[in-house]
Design a protein around this ligand. Sequence first.
Ligand code: HMG
Ligand code: MG
Length: 308
Amino acid sequence: MAVPAEGLPARVRIHEVGARDGLQNEKTVVPTEVKAEFVHRLAGAGLRTIEATSFVHPKWVPQLADAEQLFPLVQDLADTVALPVLVPNERGLDRALALGARRIAVFGSATETFASRNLNRTVDESLAMFEPVVAKARTDRIHVRGYLSMCFGDPWEGPVPIRQVVGVAKRLMDLGCDELSLGDTIGVATPGHVRALLAALGEAGVPASAIGVHFHDTYGQALANTYAALQHGVTTVDASAGGLGGCPYAKSATGNLATEDLVWMLDGLGIETGVDLGRLTATSAWMAERLGRPSPSRTVRALSHKES
Ligand code: HMG
Ligand code: MG
């Protein structure tokens, strides 16, 4: 039974990242048609923001090297579903725009080590790389998300100071990003830390309404962290169907918060998402079969077990 939530939003927008963050980290390269069917099934389950793929260097992320082939196969959804794609630089933007992308995401890092490993750039150089991308996107009225990775901890540098995170976040927003997604890339955040970062961002002029939260679930804290963010006024939550995911350039990153776990909690709180949990679970069970391993999501397991 849904128990209406006090002090929490009435509605949450789920930014589904399974087809991008999830599949970029799979050892097996998923066939393009299977990816296209995955995106269609996610849309059929009611998701309205589905990150489709990345226009990055194919050698850096071979799992998404079929972006040119995949993106046209999901264009039939474009009237009803936002289909953001990752672009690191102008070359990536050109590739995305040539296929009619209307939403893009650049992806920066709060730490130098991850900037170097993920983008082959310093933090300053990566922001300089994003500048013309965001400027051109804005001229073309393309919606721009700015991801910021390692907002809580970094596998090489340890805990990341809040001041450092806020500094890079501000610079990303000053480039002209429409929204900021706070990445807990390796899943080390805890709710108090989330509250403290959101408060510091608010003081620095980045409101909760412009923020999405992107939790990986390494230590099982992703739902608790999400709850803390909702209490702070955040209404955009990133999640990955079935808990797929990780990051090829941060080995300790496990899957994202599973969309099913998120929807189970939000349904219980009476918070609207538009997602049909049964159809979503069936989609993740179907994808798990394609990947040859069970979904790590407790909700997927519980509901699949119940149905069989
Ligand atoms: P680089 O090697 O420094 O590239 O990589 P470059 O600028 O020196 O260019 C070298 C060659 O690559 C050139 O070709 C370029 O044209 C080509 P050449 O002239 O030698 O023939 N090139 C490209 N080709 C296709 N598409 C492109 C592109 N760019 C250059 N876009 C680069 C720099 C940024 C390209 C590389 O580091 C890269 O692609 N990195 C992507 C890494 C990635 O995708 N990581 C995962 C996403 S981030 C994440 O998962 C975290 C997140 O989920 C949030 C969280 O959890 O924290 C978002
Ligand atoms: Mg991620």
